[in-house]
Design a protein around this ligand. Structure first.
Ligand SMILES: [Zn+2]
Ligand SMILES: [Zn+2]
Length: 305
């Protein structure tokens, strides 16, 4: 399951096609302000290939939206309180039906296990916004990803970004992918189109997209584009759309950054591995401050999910 830079698990080197999608969206079936069909229409009209509906404790939206031109993936968002870590939200991608009654007290591990039992992918929603800390999550198993960026949380109080928490968990050798999402509510905030995934999959089906997300075969963004990240000898190379900053992030003080001159932009950068990196991920930041993230590439074999 690990992604290795030089290996055919690197999405930039894999065969297949890129598909654009949002993996967190509400409708009138929970606290969103648009009907499922109307929500799907926005994503179809804006060039998305897929959309996951993730209403709070309701999986019905996917069956209520017409699907021509847009792949609709069912899902759910569970919100509850873990007796040890407090309040959390967990997205279950691919969950078609959830028969359990809503529980306010539900340990996070139990929620993850339920999502996985229903063949869903468990994604920790907006952890920074929830006030979760890395220590709370070290013993948790079975998470596929966390939301490294959540548009709605950014628009509520500027806490949409969870990258530090992500790095803390990666440094502890947790295997965890990062997603940038809208968490669309269609309310007064302009929340659609803020964050999306680009998934490398074999075909345009729910099974292929979820399979690829489970394996980390995607990059995620609020605007700029990663064209290619790959290993050339001991050098990690990146090609991307024009940006101001290209960061090579590893644990602690490892990694490096490339910054454009005041009047120029970068479209490539490289980083020589020292051999000390547990993981390496690439992050780019454009002139408007928008970001894109690669998933972490693991350079150590002792990684657990
Ligand atoms: Zn939430
Ligand atoms: Zn939500």
């Amino acid at each position: 399951m690990m992604i290795l830079l030089s290996h055919n698990s690197n999405p930039f080197l894999l065969d297949g096609q890129w598909f654009k999608g949002n993996t967190h969206c509400h409708t009138t079936l929970s606290d969103g302000k648009r009907e499922p069909g109307h929500a799907a229409q926005w994503y179809r009209a804006n060039g998305y290939d897929f959309l996951a509906f993730t209403d709070h404790h309701n999986t019905a939206a996917a069956s209520k939206a017409a699907t021509d031109g847009l792949l609709v993936i069912p899902g759910i968002e569970l919100d509850a309180i873990d007796p040890k870590i407090g309040e959390y939200h967990l997205v279950g991608l691919g969950v078609q039906a959830y028969a359990q009654p809503r529980q306010s007290d539900l340990p996070l591990q139990l929620a993850i296990d339920r999502v996985r039992d229903l063949n869903g992918l468990a994604v920790l929603a907006h952890p920074h916004w929830m006030g979760l800390r890395a220590d709370d999550l070290l013993d948790v198993q079975g998470l596929t990803a966390l939301e490294v960026f959540n548009t709605t949380c950014e628009l509520i109080n500027g806490k949409g970004l969870s990258d530090v928490l992500w790095d803390e968990l990666l440094a502890e050798k947790k295997q965890l992918w990062g997603t940038a999402v809208d968490d669309t509510h269609w309310a007064e905030r302009d929340d659609p189109g803020g964050g999306w995934l680009m998934v490398k999959a074999q075909e345009w089906t729910q099974a292929a997209i979820l399979h690829a997300i489970a394996r980390g075969h995607f990059w995620t963004t609020t605007g700029p584009e990663l064209y290619k990240v790959w290993l050339d000898g001991k050098t990690v190379r990146v090609e991307c759309s024009p940006v101001k900053i290209i960061n090579f992030i590893a644990q602690g003080r490892h990694g490096s950054t490339e910054r454009a001159e005041p009047t120029s932009l970068l479209t490539r950068a490289s980083f020589e591995l020292t051999g000390q990196e547990i993981f390496l991920r690439v992050e780019i930041i454009d002139e408007q401050g928008r970001r894109a993230w690669s998933n972490p590439f693991y350079l150590s074999s002792q990684v657990s999910q």
